[in-house]
Design a protein around this ligand. Sequence first.
Ligand code: DC
Length: 419
Amino acid sequence: MKPFVLAIDGPAGAGKSVTARAVAKHLGIRHVDSGAMYRAVAWLAVRAKTPLDDEAALLALIRRTKLEATPEGLTADGEPLEAHIRSVQAGDAASRVAVHAGVRAALVRVQRTMAAPPGIVMEGRDIGTVVFPRADLKIFLTASVEARARRRHQDAIARGETIDVAATEALIRERDRRDEERAASPLRPAPDAIPLDTTELTLEAQVDLATHWARLAQAGPGRMTAFFRFGHDFVLWFARLFLKFRVEGTDHLPRAGPLIVACNHISFWDPPLVGAVIPRNAYFVAKAELFQNRLFGAILSGYNSIPIQRGAAARRGLRGAEDILAAGGAVVIFPEGTRSKTGAFLPPKSGIARLAAQTRSPVVPARITGSRQIRRSMLRQGEVRIVFGSPMMPPTGDAGGREGERAYARRIMAEIGAL
Ligand code: DC
């Protein structure tokens, strides 16, 4: 059995540890804090009076020490470290140790051996990018610097340390800079990481959201029917053989868990073409009128299409999409609601924002161009291009009511426009 791997990355103080620990507990799988390993190496080095910039000495230290992740925290040759490695200073020292490529390679090797069935939640800075680039689910936790400094400061006070908020904030900014600018595996989101901004969220809400995504991702992405797989592969081969066809950014698509792909719409060809390049089972919403012809309706249904009523009934029509997303599936939606005859973007309908908020699904923006001139493309005169962008976090809370929904839908179109 392949272990389920959830990668949680993000800067200091975004809430990775509490979130990762809680999600692991809900899922009944192991939790590993990779930052603790960098902290441990740094603390052991300081104790042994090893300079933190002496990579060879640090590597020798790692080689002669047995680091183990126990339920009570990390141990070095059996000695518990938890009580020593949590201070703000230990974190600062850890980020100095973490700039060395050799140190990172040694610790990454240990981290990879820790993924065992049924699964693991690993938190850090490079889990989704370097340690487990094929993780089933990747979450990138963020929060404003001020919010992170406030939280870290509260932790420090609770531990009895005396440090003020301003000093904590300065240390956090300095660590962000060092973590982001280092040459070896700098802190950055994996292309397919779902951003989770916790600035405005309660701890409970952020754990709940991450657990929701993880549960659905753990259930798997859902299998394609034979008919859909045939159509999917056929369209892909057709496009590759006969069109001047360019696809970019498929690495932005989360492998599992609920997903809305939001694409602009300019041609009848868009759904099959976009569907063909998404490497997982995906559903489409299509106008109910298209299903009136029995044969064509049957083909559409077989091809993962969900009928949607327009106008007043549209709300009800999205229920089919809701069901797919609630089961952890992927749905392709055209937020403009109809095909643009000119190719220029139409104002988006806000239904997509409501759907994302209700089902708590991340949205990946996608842009298609050239599909209105398929024949020109067949003559290699025009290119059909599909580009995917970075995942967007779904609206949370009440999402600002109707106006908030409209704003989120406009943001999606702006992201599509920028691709
Ligand atoms: O998450 P933390 O605060 O315990 O991490 C301490 C330092 O360790 C952090 O500033 C950068 C480094 N680190 C890293 O480079 N890669 C990881 N996967 C985890 C932590």
